[in-house]
Design a protein around this ligand. Structure first.
Ligand code: FAD
Length: 510
């Protein structure tokens, strides 16, 4: 038996079901990463802030996204490492206990109560009320909950309602039971054969985690390579790793039809028909992307335009049609990450503070642009990317783009940790004179252990407008993975056995 989702994480459910009308300076709709950040900014400046949350404060990242998926990856990594300890004379066999895996995921989620619970937010000056919010007239929200409805009036509003699963248009799909990130972490039993649709970050991470935790996994991806926003070498490395973990990967796999089929004597499973073959599994997981949650919010009533790609906002996150509405997080579309949500939440929070805050939001906006924020896929090896890829740089800066490649085989710390394969690829652009003084780094990719940390170090130089030579000359503690950053940067200026190797960028690289 599993406990109901109502009672689980009860600490995160707002208990304020009052019906009395409320007035506030700032109202935040949605208590996920974006809403929490925005509310924190506004409350820290003495604004009276009300947050409306229909489910649980903490949002996707905490309950169904980053936290459970990274915990699952970490547990899967521990199982994998234990099995690999044979080289040290230890022998580990069998499968991990699924109940223990689930309990650990829940324990980690619950450890966030101290910061994300409505009670904790109240201590910071944010009043959290329960219910589903929609605009009914300018500056007025109606909040519906089990006991009735109440109105909330405010000067400024922040929309942070997140996103929802995008169900692809495949015949039969809506008629079969499928899992999403909202249900997969609560499975009462380990899936025997999990079919994962979607080879982006979520699909790759969960495929590897479930394979390492003992499920048979088949990954179906419509594209020619996994992780299409990363460099092709990263896609190839992750594909190789997944296959090494026993995941069956089908690329260019356009599902034609999905239907229920008997897989065992007493249990139904799901069959996905591909051109020329069919895959039959016990469970189907959709990791096919998400779309912003903009419907049913009364945005038409306040003149705030939106499309299926999200709320239409200026770079400062102010709605283009409604001056007192700010967007934050997945609801404004673009790449959907927690660090993007918190950055946009900060902009929205600043914007809600009045004229000075609006100036601050406008000044800060360029650094928060989606393409300027790195992203990470937390597979083993990790894949992390920032900025332009080699092909994009070569096409944009014809003849002036260069690439430096550095392999982890030169990295002493990778050797002492037996870290396996890894590399850094740095993309830079020369000025028209070809002088080293005009060199600018425009993109980076890392694959390997600690890639998520290394991408921040690699991208900090261009993001802060520092000349790459300064990073190339900066001493680094030995032996660390961070040495890869300096050695790669050195490759922009000089050739050497242990430095990154440079070459002209190719427009057809991927
Ligand atoms: C499996 C998975 C793994 C991920 N891993 C990572 C990762 O490792 N790193 C990373 O950066 N990102 C990751 N992400 C993405 C990340 O979870 C999201 O980008 C982020 O949580 C979005 O935050 P948000 O505040 O915009 O939306 P949400 O967290 O979805 O918050 C929206 C909130 O609004 C509430 N709401 C909606 N409508 C209403 C309404 N009408 N009235 C009141 N409340 C409402 C919802 O209940 C919800 O609580 C992952 C996503 C998934 C699915």
């Amino acid at each position: 038996m599993t406990d109901s989702s109502e009672s689980r994480h009860a600490w995160a459910r707002p208990t304020d079901l009052d019906l009395t009308p409320l007035t506030a300076d700032v109202v935040v709709i949605g208590g996920g990463s974006a809403g929490l950040t925005a509310a924190g900014v506004a409350a820290s400046q003495g604004r009276r802030v009300v947050m409306v949350e229909r489910d649980r404060t903490g949002g996707e990242c905490l309950f169904t996204g980053c936290v459970p998926s990274k915990t699952l990856m970490s547990l899967a990594g521990r199982v994998h490492a234990a099995r690999g300890a044979q080289a040290l004379g230890l022998s580990v066999t069998g499968q991990p206990d699924w109940a223990a895996v689930r309990a650990e995921v829940r324990r980690v989620i619950d450890s966030f109560e101290r910061v994300d619970a409505p009670a904790a937010l109240a201590a910071t000056g944010v009043q959290v009320i329960a219910g589903e919010a929609a605009f009914v007239s300018p500056h007025v929200l109606e909040v519906m909950h089990a006991r009735g409805q109440r109105t909330v009036t405010a000067a400024e509003f922040i929309l942070a309602t997140g996103s929802q699963v995008r169900v692809p248009d495949v015949p039969g799909l809506r008629g079969v039971p499928f899992l999403t990130h909202e249900t997969v972490f609560e499975l009462p039993e380990r899936p025997e054969h999990l079919i994962v649709m979607g080879g982006g970050a979520v699909g790759c991470e969960l495929s590897q985690a479930f394979a390492r935790l003992g499920s048979r996994v088949t990954l179906l991806h419509t594209g020619a390579r996994l992780l299409p926003r990363d460099e092709p070498e990263a896609s190839a490395a992750v594909l190789k790793a997944l296959r090494a973990d026993g995941v069956t990967v089908h690329l260019n796999a356009h599902a034609r039809q999905v239907q229920t089929r008997r897989v065992q004597v007493q249990a139904d499973g799901v069959q996905v028909e591909l051109p020329g073959q069919a895959v039959l599994g016990t469970h189907l997981l959709l990791a096919t992307g998400k779309r912003p949650r903009v419907q049913g919010l009364g945005l038409e009533v306040i003149g705030a335009p939106f499309t299926e790609d999200g709320l239409t906002v200026r770079p400062s996150m102010q709605s283009v049609g409604c001056a007192y509405l700010w967007g934050a997080g997945d609801v404004v579309g673009g790449p959907m990450f927690t660090h993007g949500a918190t950055e946009r939440g900060t902009l929205a929070g600043l914007g809600s503070l009045g004229p000075l805050g609006r100036v601050a939001a406008r000044l800060r906006a360029p650094a928060g642009r989606a393409e300027r924020i790195p992203h990470v896929t937390f597979t083993d090896p990790e894949a992390a990317q920032w900025g332009l890829t080699e092909a994009q740089a070569a096409q944009t800066h014809r003849g002036r783009a260069v690439v430096v490649e550095y392999d982890f085989s030169h990295l002493d710390r990778a050797a002492t940790e037996n870290a396996g394969e890894g590399f850094v690829k740095l993309v830079a652009v020369r000025d028209r004179l070809g002088s080293p003084l005009g060199l600018q780094v425009v993109g980076a990719q890392v694959v390997g252990r600690r890639a998520g940390e290394l991408i921040q170090l690699l991208s900090v130089t261009p993001r802060l407008g520092i000349h790459p030579l300064r990073t190339a000359l900066l001493p680094v503690p030995y032996p660390t993975f961070a040495e890869a950053v300096r050695q790669t940067y050195l490759g922009l200026f000089t050739q050497g056995e242990h430095f990154g190797r440079s070459r002209p960028a190719r427009p057809d690289a991927g």
